[in-house]
Design a protein around this ligand. Structure first.
Ligand code: PLP
Length: 624
């Protein structure tokens, strides 16, 4: 505990031996006393008390703050006495006649403070709180009213509540203020990052709940610690809802909702089903793939666990069309023979041909895995083709189009495998999938510790919504908005990779405009639009990305319709014009370009218009 920054408005102090280090106790001190040390804090308990029949609960030492130390010094100077209410164990210690007078003086100085003195286990203690805080919790208000305690338990409750029930704005104004600024940023801006979304209040409530307190390593019904009956209920409900959201039967599919993120979920699949060095194959990052499917820089550096611990070979999109080149993929896969063939990506605006991928996987004996992180919401709402009909494993994030808390999820096939048409061996007829135990074991204990139960409850809440007609309507709107934005940009002669979109995102190729993705992203950020630069096929790695990725889920959550995305398209075009002018004036090099951003009048003007536009829309979960 950092004692240099008192933040609580209540402090609890031990009067008699607060700061005496063990070494400073004189050899001739009372032999009946034993010394208890807790980090920097030490205090003494009379051993006669230990021998008595009075139960001795432990005192929460973490409640001590620097105020307690200061306060106790003050009391050692003589302010103990007048207002002591309770003598629980032994009579009050005499601290001198002049104490009351000095306390009167101190009270004048500390007009906005109140001090309660009492004794616990023979120790004089004081509770000190400021009087001027209108936001104080009810327990400390009770203390301020100087309720007569009839047991030391009241004092301890008060102290715990004063620390434990403090609202954030009092407990940590520094963090509170930064968080407030972030809220404002979210409300006043246009959020177009395809992976982001806004969760509802119910999800936020679950995230900030008592569930964060519980350790529950293991699976429901098989935990390492006790006290998990409700956590089990929550996790089982979450799993049921996950299967229901994607229309899956529990006979044929299992699900693990514990991964902390999709990167962890993907790595758990590789770890559970492969040996180190085994081969995987996923979409190249320059073609829109995710680095958790394996990634090397142009210089060959491995920058993903997937490529460090496994051997990864990417397949690509066709540079002319922007669509996955399935013929080349097949050729490569048959040479490389990956054990897992991965489909799904971070920046791919088109449908996947799962049937073709299944054929290729079967031809090379690979497990077919889909990472549906970007499009899981669309799949749940049946607004995108489902990978579940063809894949063996499906992973996802839970916080993008799915609109849940941050996290990952793994679906795996279970039960009997379908009979291979080519098989002549009757024993293969009864082959069972063996993913469940391997994947669960990889998640815990191999890669993770205790599940984040608050996230799992929040995910259960989001998944309940995913199964509702309102969510289906939301996803349809997400797609319509993406189409509207694509059409608006195409009308203005902008180039989109693949010429449009089948889902929630589009890739704007800025190279024909002579702009870099990095500079355009910076201008947008200065104008209060958030989107992200992406390297496109043909770019030299991610150093000078030639495009940006734009997604519609977040602003659709805030209530934007097609006409609003027409306005957003205008803002984007204006931002591109500004970028172009600035590149001409300052050059493309980021360092010089960024200097030009400050106090640029066009940017200020556009920002004002954008903030006025965005501020009209509601924000789920909180108001500013
Ligand atoms: C397809 C895909 N997989 C995995 C991830 C990584 O997800 P997380 O941040 O939860 O690890 C992303 C993130 O954008 C993604 O788009």
């Amino acid at each position: 505990m950092d004692l240099s920054h008192p933040q609580s408005n209540l402090s609890l102090g031990f009067l008699s031996h607060v700061s005496a280090p063990a070494s400073s106790i004189p050899a001739n001190s009372n032999p009946n006393r034993i010394l208890i040390n807790d980090d920097s804090i030490s205090f003494q308990i009379d051993s006669r008390l230990r021998e008595s029949s009075i139960p001795m609960p432990s005192i929460p030492l973490q409640l001590l703050e620097s105020q307690a130390v200061q306060n106790c010094r003050k009391i050692e100077n003589g302010c103990v006495g007048e207002r002591e209410r309770v003598a629980v164990v032994e009579p009050k210690r005499d601290v001198g006649e002049d104490a009351e007078e000095r306390e009167e003086e101190n009270r004048g100085e500390d007009e906005d403070e109140e001090v309660e003195e009492f004794r616990i286990l023979g120790h004089s203690m004081c509770l000190k709180r400021r009087r001027d805080r209108e936001d104080s919790v009810s327990s400390s208000t009770a203390l301020a009213k100087r309720v007569f305690f009839d047991s030391s338990m009241e004092a301890r409750k008060g102290a715990v509540r004063a620390w434990g029930n403090q609202p954030l704005r009092l407990a940590d104004p520094e963090i509170f203020n930064i968080m407030d600024k972030e809220k404002l940023r979210q409300c006043k801006g246009i959020e177009l990052i395809a992976s982001e979304n806004f969760v509802c209040r119910a999800v936020m409530e679950a995230l900030g709940s008592s569930l964060t307190n519980k350790y529950s390593e293991g699976m429901p019904g098989q935990r390492y610690y006790g006290g998990n009956q409700y956590i089990d209920e929550i996790e089982l409900l979450c799993c049921d809802r996950a299967l229901a959201a994607f229309g899956l039967s529990s006979e044929s599919w299992g699900v693990n909702v514990q991964p902390y993120s999709c990167t962890s979920a993907n790595f758990a699949v590789y770890t559970g089903l492969l040996l180190p060095g085994d081969r995987i194959m996923g979409l190249d990052t320059l073609s829109g793939g995710n680095s958790s499917h394996g990634h090397y820089t142009p210089s060959g550096r491995k920058v993903s666990g997937a490529s460090i611990f496994f051997e990864s070979l990417p397949y690509k999109v066709n540079p002319q069309t922007g669509y996955v080149d399935y013929d080349k993929l097949e050729e490569k896969a048959l040479d490389f023979r990956p054990k897992i063939l991965i489909c799904g990506g971070s920046s791919y605006p088109r449908e996947w041909d799962y049937a073709r991928l299944r054929q290729i996987a079967d031809k090379c004996g690979a497990i077919l895995m889909c990472d549906m992180a970007q499009i899981s919401g669309l799949i749940a709402a049946k607004e995108c083709v489902s990978p579940f009909d063809y894949c063996d494993i499906v992973t996802s994030t839970t916080h993008k189009s799915l609109r849940g808390p941050r996290g990952g999820i793994i679906f795996f096939r279970k039960g009997k495998k379908p009979r291979k048409r080519s098989s002549l061996n009757p024993s293969e007829d009864n082959e069972q999938y063996d993913f469940e135990d391997k994947i669960n074991f990889a998640v815990f204990p191999i890669l993770q510790g205790g599940p984040h139960n608050n996230h799992i409850a929040a995910l259960a809440i989001a998944l309940k919504q995913v199964a509702s007609p309102e969510y289906k309507a939301y996803m349809q709107q997400v797609k319509r908005n993406a189409q509207a934005l694509a059409s608006a940009l195409l009308r203005r002669k902008c180039k989109l990779l693949t010429g449009g979109t089948d889902n929630h995102l589009l890739l704007w190729d800025l190279r024909p405009l002579g702009l870099t993705g990095k500079n355009f992203e910076k201008v947008c950020e200065s104008c209060h639009i958030t989107l992200n630069k992406v390297a496109l096929i043909g770019d030299n790695g991610a150093i000078t990305p030639g495009g940006v990725r734009i997604g519609t889920p977040a602003m659709t959550t805030r209530g934007c319709l097609e006409s609003d995305f027409e306005v957003i398209a205008d803002f984007l075009i204006r931002a591109a014009q500004i970028t172009s002018i600035m590149q001409r004036e300052h050059g493309k090099v980021a360092k010089c370009f960024i200097k030009g951003l400050q106090s640029n009048k066009d940017i200020i003007d556009l920002r004002n218009r954008i903030e006025a536009f965005a501020s009209q829309f509601a924000m789920p979960g909180f108001d500013v």
